[in-house]
Design a binder for this molecule. Structure first.
Ligand code: FAD
Length: 457
């Protein structure tokens, strides 16, 4: 049966259209707007932040290299991680975001106390991100879901499903920051999904915030059971006991918690839904349901088994489950595990990363972590953001070109924001000169990124 043709309103034409308002989209919109481009940023929800705000993912990690010699100093903290304590490798828009979050009272600066990561308040994040893009002159369109890319030689366009019906926005250049590569895929871009062996992706996790927790009681327990708490995760024996008692049924063996800027509160990253794909609507529906069942069990588990949590309760869960991995758009270069582990440098670097390869088991218990050597960081080349065979579309954030292993490292929020900024700058330069992304001189992209405060090593 043929569906009736729909009439779409052509809303506007711009230099750079950024689709998706997560960390990558915020970075891309800022990068392009700071060059004077006319930028539209379209987002399916009514706020910015993507996984950081919609899925309550926290904290921002990792911003520094791990210093080979420096030792941790300071009093014992509940959440010391080893996510870097040396030189900063990520700056630019990320740095500005962190400074403004801290100034607004919405984040703790990265120090030993926070494990050198940045715990933040999700509501302050939404506001600060909105202020930043507004000040840069970006035109934001909320509640707009990109459903189709219309490819034309000169000026491609994207169809958005909105309350006002379908709306088209045309642009000289498009930066796909949907996390899933929705626009690039619709434009005919090729992609990979999951592991080479079986195509399975990392599990999904519904994040939630627990409040009314007594830190001192928990820290006492952690001190008395040093084999049961390591940095941000542990409680293996309690999880085992609760499973034996029939009180907890999780496909993971431990609990992962992050401190928050608010005393008496933690963010819980411990639900795990396996064998589901974030671009399959039936899988996502099942995952939302299953993760909420797990959250309910975890809330009870904390109250009944974990010292310091007997009066705690859930005050908020993500408005959607957190999705770690879906499509990786095939680009002019595919970043791989060797590039990450050998801290490879590239002439066309636009962003840097020290976050480890971090693969939550796609089939059940366990997480594989492989760290970049202390003091080292690897480069992400612009070519990872340029989809093969597409001229007017760039990708940024977690859907750039890389293998399953490399993706598990570069997917984190500060790096996503940095690849966004790099892609945004390239898109604005291409739009200004009326050329394709591949025709922009990398020296021009890098010069502008440095001007915008980026650290390219
Ligand atoms: C459970 C979990 C834990 C994590 N832990 C951490 C951590 O501790 N620290 C860290 O730094 N990173 C962490 N990450 C990784 C990080 O959150 C993501 O990889 C990162 O947010 C990717 O940024 P992005 O902008 O590419 O995508 P996203 O954050 O996913 O943003 C994509 C945006 O695009 C919008 N969008 C999607 N499709 C469309 C469409 N068709 N039309 C319009 N808009 C659309 C979405 O609404 C969203 O706003 C975690 C991720 C998960 C899931």
């Amino acid at each position: 049966m043929l569906l009736p043709a729909r009439k779409a309103v052509v809303a506007e034409s711009c230099d750079v259209l950024v689709v998706g308002g997560g960390p990558a989209g915020i970075g891309a919109a800022l990068g392009a707007a700071k060059l004077g481009a006319q930028v539209v940023l379209a987002e399916r929800y009514g706020f910015l932040g993507g996984s950081a705000t919609a899925a309550l993912v926290m904290p921002l990690m990792s911003i520094f290299t791990q210093h080979p010699k420096k030792q941790h100093a300071g009093d014992i903290s509940m959440f010391p991680t080893d996510h870097g304590w040396g030189e900063p490798v990520i700056a630019g828009a990320v740095r500005e975001l962190i400074e403004r979050l801290v100034k607004a009272g919405g984040a703790l600066p990265p120090t030993y106390k926070t494990g050198y990561v940045v715990p933040f308040d999700h509501e302050v994040f939404k506001f600060v991100a909105m202020e930043m893009v507004d000040e840069a002159g970006v035109h934001v369109l909320y509640h707009s879901f990109a459903s189709e890319c219309i490819m034309r030689k000169k000026e491609p366009g994207v169809v958005f499903e909105t309350k006002s019906g379908p709306v088209v926005i045309n642009a000289k250049m498009i930066v796909d920051c949907t996390g899933d590569g929705d626009v690039a895929t619709s434009a005919g871009g090729h992609y990979d999904v999951g592991r080479d062996t079986d195509g399975l992706v990392q599990p999904m996790t519904l994040y939630f915030r627990l409040t009314n927790f007594e830190k001192v009681a928990f820290e006492n327990y952690a001190r008395m059971h040093p084999d049961q708490w390591k940095g941000v995760h542990g409680l293996w024996d309690l999880v085992k006991q609760a499973a034996l008692d029939g009180e907890l049924d999780l496909p993971r063996e431990d609990i992962l918690l992050f401190g928050s800027p608010h005393p008496g509160e933690v963010s819980v990253n411990s639900t795990r839904v396996i064998r589901v794909l974030g671009t399959d609507i039936w899988d996502i529906t099942y995952a939302e349901w299953e993760s909420r069942r797990q959250m309910k069990h975890l809330e009870e588990f904390f109250k009944r088994y974990v010292p310091g949590f007997n009066k705690s309760y859930v005050i908020q869960s993500g408005i959607q489950i957190g999705i770690r991995e879906t499509r990786r758009i095939k680009g002019d270069y595919c970043l791989n595990a060797q590039d990450v582990m050998e801290a490879r440098r590239f002439d066309d670097v636009i962003a840097r990363c020290i976050y480890p390869i971090d693969i939550h088991n796609p089939t059940g218990r366990g997480t594989v972590i492989k760290r970049v050597s202390p003091g080292e960081a690897y480069d992400i080349p612009l070519r990872c953001c340029i989809p093969k065979d597409l001229d007017n579309i760039l990708v940024a954030g977690r859907c750039i070109s890389g293998t399953h292993e490399a993706h598990s490292s570069y997917r984190v929020m500060p790096v996503s924001m940095s690849t966004g900024q790099g892609a945004g700058v390239c898109a604005a330069l291409a739009a200004r000169a009326n050329v394709h992304s591949r025709d922009v001189a990398i020296e021009d992209v890098q010069r502008e990124l440095k001007k915008q405060g980026a650290d390219l090593g």
